[in-house]
Structures are given as C-alpha cells and as structure tokens.
Design a protein. Structure first.
Length: 214
C-alpha cells in the first residue's frame, strides 16, 4: 500500500506534468476531448481522367507525429504531446480519408478508392505526413504546421512510373489559445495542401494519354 503522503506527492507530480504539457492551450477540464479535421472543397469537378481509378494507400506519418495527441513545439528542440486534447482517430487514417473525399469530389478520376478496395487501380497515391504540430516558439504568433509528401504512381500494379512527386508545406495562424483553434488551423493547412495537390494532379493528368476533358 502506498503511504498517504507519497500518494499525494505522486498525484501532484502527475498534475504538474499535465499542466506543463497542456500549458500551450487553455483547458478548463481534466477530461480528454477529441477532434477531427474538416476540409471542404469548393468549385465544380475538373473531369480530366473520368475513366480511370485512383487508389489511396493509407498515409504514413513520421513517428514523432503519429500519435492521436495534439503535439506542440515549445522551443527549438522540445515538443510536447497534449494528453487532454486528441484526434478522434490516428492522423494518418484521418488525413487519408479527407484526401480521398476531396479527390473524389474533384472529378479528376472516375473512381477514387482507398485501402481494401478490390478494384484494379490505374493510379496509386501515396502520402507521408512529415510534420504535424502547433508551433508556439514565436510567442505572439503561434501557427499550425503541416507538411505532406505525395507520390502518384501509374500502371497496372501502380509501380511502373512516378509522374508526380511533390512535397507541400502549409502554415496557418492559431487565432486563439485553445485546442479548437489549433485543430481549425490544421484543417486550413490540409485544405491548402489538397488544393495545391489537386492543381498539380490536374496538370499531370492532362499530359497523360487517354485524358477526357469536360
């Protein structure tokens, strides 16, 4: 049995650690809260390769940011996870789903599928999230940072050629000292990245044989 004084010491130590980790955002509760990214594509479909099928592999996330917990950069070398504010699902899964929905609405491909689909793919899109954190090192100008590297592969097994390999970085201001504001800034980052990816895919596909314009 843990002595009463030692028990209280451990509780205070854990509470102090939680306050340190969550100090970058305001929190009025010790209960965990969960968040999802939300992107909305605007505009009509492009209809470039309406007869083709794009399959998305589940995006990889660099180990430092593969957690469901929001990650804060607090100085040049130190990052801290927020135990009380987390993504509802793993970021790799969530970002893959957002990208799939975005590209399905874009109309660049006849079908957009993801992991587990039995349809033969004309194209395969791979993604690697190499940065996903809230940067609080700038004092009065915190920002959400997201960087994703994409590869578009072509061929029956989607491994013959790589017509597009591009890395996109987005940085959006965090407008309030809350986890909600952090997630909102991440959503803006992802929308910017997917907008740029779509534009580059449209250019790439327009150079591919068998294109179909609206």
């Amino acid at each position: 049995m843990i002595p009463i004084r030692l028990h209280w010491f451990l509780c205070l130590a854990l509470l102090g650690f939680a306050c340190t980790v969550c100090g970058c955002v305001q929190s009025a509760t010790t209960e965990r809260k969960y968040y999802v990214l939300d992107t909305v594509r605007e505009g009509g479909p492009a209809r470039i390769h309406t007869g083709s099928t794009l399959r998305l592999r589940r995006f990889n996330v660099d180990e430092a940011f593969a957690t469901r917990q929001l990650v804060y950069r607090v100085d040049e070398f130190r990052y801290e996870p927020d135990y009380y504010h987390q993504f509802l699902v793993l970021p790799g899964v969530m970002i893959t789903e957002e990208a799939r929905d975005w590209l399905a609405n874009a109309g660049l491909f006849g079908r957009v599928t993801s992991v587990g689909s039995r349809l033969e793919s004309t194209y395969l899109l791979e993604g690697n999230v190499i940065a996903l954190y809230a940067d609080f090192t700038k004092g009065s100008a915190p920002a959400a940072i997201m960087t994703i590297r994409f590869f578009l592969l072509v061929g029956p097994d989607a491994n013959e050629t790589v017509p597009l390999a591009q890395t996109y970085r987005a940085e959006s201001p965090i407008l309030a000292k809350t986890a909600e504001a952090v997630v909102e800034a991440f959503s803006k980052d992802l929308s910017e990245i997917l907008t740029r990816l779509e534009a580059d895919l449209e250019k790439t596909l327009s150079r591919q044989p068998g294109k179909s314009q609206p």
